[in-house]
Design a protein around this ligand. Structure first.
Ligand code: M6R
Length: 355
């Protein structure tokens, strides 16, 4: 049952500390600074990685590919529905990773089968033990999030991001000191809990819940968070929502920005990307749009923005998980205020088993 929560989605949002603990458990040694995924022990370091996935899992794939590229491995995320029909070139040293919560998504299975038919190693990063993806791939890595009933993916996305980190560190040899990363992944359950205990997302809904549309921007790994924030918003609230890399704003979407379109800016850390996003915040504010910064306070985002959804300080890899939790809560409370059937949005299925 829903254990006292109004919806499975809210229950699953609150299950994230436990889910993240389970995903991480036994897979990292904080003292030695080592990460070990027993399931992939025998895979040599790939020449390149191609991720295939749909929907929320595709957003996790964008994050995973960005992470691997930073580690020096050519990596791309592909929408599974495009992959099999327009197969990208690969070499025998390419690893193809399907990210799929259910392990049953038809498009993702088709893409993985296409890769397999071309002779490369395939791996399923999945939540479902013995699912079709897990059985058909050469390797399966489980994210251990526990069952997810709500159609909207929440805890499984968070666990996919952690799974991507574990996988990347296991696959790529000779990484520098992993202890800060391990420490931040180990702290994620507590950091998520502190957001769940203190989020201002409901107040943001009270203030902005009757807007014309909602925009979500971010750079780097926070592009995945922006896209996921918009997908969650539209699928459960039925409100118009769009996410894009912040730099794309002035190449089109800015035309839609008005005082009635709040912009959520995901700004973590204080690197060049964060600085550039501060510029984007000012651009949309100049068009009258209210800006809600989802930020750890390392940059000036909170000072510049109209409102803030705060996240604890952490590593650059862990911050997207935390920022996304704030956006999950915003979408949930928006959909709830609008009286939507949150756990079963119209026209959608939990597992899409037709191509
Ligand atoms: O089971 P999968 O991860 O393969 O599902 C892929 C998508 O259908 C799924 O992530 C969908 O976008 C989410 N339920 C949206 O919240």
């Amino acid at each position: 049952g829903k254990s006292g929560y109004d919806h499975y989605m809210l229950k699953e949002i609150h299950e994230q500390p436990t889910a993240l603990r389970q995903c991480f458990s036994g897979r990292a040694d904080a003292l030695d600074g080592t990460i070990t995924l027993e399931e992939v022990g025998e895979i040599p370091q790939p020449d390149a990685v191609q991720f295939v996935a749909c929907g929320t899992s595709y957003h996790a794939a964008l994050y995973g590919a960005a992470t691997l590229r930073e580690m020096g491995i050519p990596a791309e995320a592909y929408l599974a529905s495009e992959y099999a029909l327009s197969p990208p070139p690969l070499s025998l040293g390419t690893l193809v990773v399907g990210i799929t919560q259910s392990g049953e998504t038809a498009d993702t299975l088709a893409a993985l089968r296409d890769a397999k038919s071309r002779g490369v190693t395939t791996l399923a990063l999945t939540n479902t033990v013995n699912s079709t993806a897990a059985r058909e791939c050469d390797h399966a890595v489980y994210i251990r999030a526990g069952p997810e009933i709500g159609v909207a993916a929440t805890k499984t996305f968070s666990s996919q991001l952690v799974g991507c980190n574990l996988l990347a560190e296991e696959l790529v040899e000779g990484q520098l000191d992993l202890r800060p990363l391990i420490e931040s992944l180990r702290n994620l359950p507590d950091d998520v809990q502190s957001i769940l205990d203190s989020s201002a997302a409901e107040a943001i809904v009270e203030e902005y819940g009757d807007s014309d549309a909602y925009f979500f921007i971010g750079r780097g790994k926070n592009v995945a968070v922006a896209l996921e924030g918009a997908l969650k918003c539209k699928e459960i609230s039925y409100e118009h929502a769009e996410g894009f890399p912040a730099g794309e704003l002035k190449h089109g979407p800015l035309a839609l920005v008005t005082p009635d379109t709040p912009v959520f800016a995901v700004v973590t850390g204080d690197d060049k990307r964060a600085q550039k996003t501060l510029g984007n915040i000012k651009e949309v504010q100049a068009r009258g749009a209210p800006v809600i910064a989802v930020t750890d306070g390392e940059s000036d985002a909170a000072e510049i923005a109209d409102e803030t959804l705060e996240i604890p300080e952490t590593t650059e890899r862990a911050a997207p998980v935390l920022a996304n939790v704030q956006l999950q809560l915003f979408s949930y409370h928006l959909a709830d205020a609008l009286g939507r059937p949150i756990d079963k949005p119209r026209n959608l299925a939990k597992s899409v088993t037709v191509e």
